[in-house]
Design a protein around this ligand. Sequence first.
Ligand code: GDP
Ligand code: MN
Length: 380
Amino acid sequence: MKLHEYQAKALLEEYGVPAPGGQVASTAAEARAAADAIGCPVVLKAQVHVGGRGKAGGVRVVREPQEVEAAAQGIFDLSIKGLPVRKILVAAAQDIAGEVYLSILVDRAARRVVFIGCAEGGVEIEQTAKDTPEKILRHEIAADDLPHLTPGAVRSFAARLFDDAGEIDATAAIMVKLARLFHEKDCSLIEINPLVRTADGRVLALDAKILVDDNALFRHPDLAALRDLDSEDADELTAKEQGLSFIRLDGSIGCMVNGAGLAMATMDTIKHFGGDPANFLDVGGSSDPRKVVTAFRMILKNPGVSAILINIFGGITRCDDIARGILQSLEAFRVPVPIIIRLIGTNEREGRALLEGTALIPVATLEEGARRAAEIGGRA
Ligand code: GDP
Ligand code: MN
């Protein structure tokens, strides 16, 4: 789960990392009121879950109170990488003397947590990483050591970001706090870009992105409550609520499978035969026909779907229950594309009998199903 910048900054502040907050506005008039309360100059920042807001015009420093409303309206009118702007963070503008990049994340390959730093932070960090990868600094930590990190252990890292002794100490202290936050809140990423030094020698997090491991959210009801349903994929959320796993993809073949492993194998096999899956969908191990109806609804919402492959290997899942779900779906909505189905395992005979007389195309193996789906559904 992604936190918005204003939420991430509040969490950083809670852990003692200086991250000047501000007020969140939902209208231009609210932005003006917030700016009046904070005092100009202020910075207006679109709260959307994508990077590169600055380059897209979503971050603006405003010096005059009477210019705030128009500037805020300009940001509300933007769509940043396809996302509408519903909230703007209004914060006191800082007098920036230098910008660096600092993040902490899980490095799966190294099986460690790693700090990443770069003395040239700001909006060009991706380009810097590409052109001059030697400028990207790493400091690895075993996950178990996160709560015990000391400033001394990271001071030399901090000294490669800033020159001033006070700023180096401040940065090392920030890194210790980040390690504790990362550990206690089950984060997979905390990214501060830019971490700035101000003209008067303070070190501040001016932008923050935090990802919390979804699988640990049950341990953090306070963080789970921050979830911004408006800015997540509505279908993926509906799926989660109903016990399905659904991920939208770019292809043309809708997939409905039981079990995550089988779902992945199904997508691989479709690819092997030249097709392109439109989604990942695991209906789970239970036998609730309603899940099948929900699954159909989600697959059919995608206008790019030109065929559906259902691949059910019945174990705990009973094929007759799946078949009932399919019949209910065919009654509930018009399915305008061919459906190929492989239905084997528990109660397969009963399942097949229920589907007799429908237009479904039965196949015996995954290979055959994937090949037919690729032939009928074509490429995206
Ligand atoms: P991003 O483009 O989505 O990463 O948004 P950021 O919050 O990182 O802002 C982009 C850039 O705007 C920063 O790198 C700064 O150069 C600038 N910026 C952000 N906040 C302030 C501020 O308070 N004062 C000034 N002068 N510039 C700011
Ligand atoms: Mn940034």
